[in-house]
Ligand binder design. Structure first.
Ligand code: SF4
Ligand code: SF4
Length: 354
């Protein structure tokens, strides 16, 4: 079993983040720079896999929003996709984010991480333009991977991208592996977590529970069961010798992140969270400054307008969790309901979509 000097969970609830949450200030933004993506994940919630005409947010608009984020006191950006590495101005954008005092993490499915791209990523890390890098490979088991991707052959190339990044010198403990927890991925979850930790040296593995939206909305069979989620979360908590990871139902985020986070889509929509329906956006940065949208809608964006019901309203884990609102919405239609994918919620069903 892996044991570490420091419980990585502490980073998710650092005093700076908790202070932002208590003072109702923003902290994080997840931001789609482009929908361009070479990967073939069947569950993509941003539809990047099915997009023949990828969009890119223009650099001038990105810089304008970065200025507003700095004014509002945001501290951390996660560049989501699509593949942010494939935005033509990505490294210039990282430099500007650093210039305005905001930390950055980026995510990749692995294919763009050629040797030369990996060197550029490492250089950005050394300049402190990046503080973490996420690798998204959902299963190391080839048979499971083939069920989750239109092109099963990309598994070995994605692993090679991860290895290229390590060989270029990116610190293995600053790489954040990410899994979308679908039913198929859950079948081999122990094998996948073991590989990330024991072979690749990861200190943590993020698991985001599948929601039926985007390209994944028509793939009802991808829903993980309640038992799948419980087994996966408990295995990870045991692997990292950290029971906190089994105290958060189906979310990865903690209440602290969920309530201090904003999501920005490539077409300008300002959202509570990337896993909410796009019709629920609070505004569009192509029509209004981000600063004004945030100031006008911060109660909604930070989900402080929701009165959570059921088990999630009174749970022994409320110091870090009030359930995933996106899971509640997608699986039961009730944004405020108890988390339907948490095994601690007595109302939760084994499956909803079957
Ligand atoms: S019941 Fe709700 S609040 Fe409690 S751990 Fe589960 S999701 Fe979190
Ligand atoms: S609604 Fe769920 S996925 Fe979205 S930020 Fe909150 S916990 Fe995370």
């Amino acid at each position: 079993m892996a044991t570490y000097r420091e419980d990585i969970f502490d980073k998710y609830i650092s005093p700076r983040k908790v202070r932002a949450w208590k003072e109702k200030r923003p902290y994080y933004i997840d931001w789609e720079l482009t929908t361009k993506c070479p990967h073939t994940c069947k569950f993509c919630f941003s539809n990047s896999d099915a997009n023949p005409n990828p969009q890119y947010m223009p650099k001038e608009k990105v810089f304008e929003v970065l200025d507003d984020l700095a004014t509002l006191g945001f501290c951390q950006i996660y560049w989501d996709g699509g593949e942010s590495l494939l935005h033509p101005d990505f490294f210039e954008i990282l430099a500007y984010a650093s210039h305005v005092g905001i930390g950055c993490g980026a995510f990749s499915g692995g294919l763009p991480l050629t040797r030369s791209m990996s060197k550029k990523v490492v250089e950005a890390y050394q300049k402190r333009y990046l503080n973490v890098f996420g690798i998204h490979i959902d299963s190391i088991n080839p048979e499971v991977f083939a069920r989750l991707h239109s092109n099963p052959k990309e598994l070995s190339a994605r692993i090679q991208g991860y290895k290229n990044l390590l060989e270029a010198g990116f610190l293995r403990e600053r790489i954040l592996p990410c899994i979308t927890l679908t039913g198929p991925a859950a079948e081999a979850i122990e094998e996948t977590i073991d590989w990330y930790v024991d072979e690749m040296g990861a200190r943590f593995v993020e698991m985001s529970v599948f929601k039926p939206m985007g390209s994944g909305s028509i793939k009802r069979a991808l829903e993980p069961s309640l038992s799948d989620v419980k087994r996966a979360f408990e295995y990870r908590a045991k692997k990292f010798n950290s029971p906190n990871w089994a105290r958060m139902g189906s979310t990865e985020c903690t209440t602290i992140q969920c309530r201090t986070n904003v999501y920005l889509t490539v077409d300008g929509l300002v959202m509570r969270c990337g896993q909410m329906p796009r019709e629920m956006a609070s505004g569009n940065v192509y029509q209004q400054r981000f600063y004004d949208i945030y100031q006008q809608h911060k109660e909604t964006i930070s989900m402080r307008d929701i009165s959570v019901k059921g088990k999630c309203a009174q749970c022994e884990n409320n110091d870090i969790c009030v359930g995933c609102r996106a899971a509640a919405l997608h699986y039961t239609g009730d944004l405020a309901g108890p988390d339907p994918k948490c095994w601690l919620n007595p109302e939760a069903q084994e499956k909803y979509l079957a």
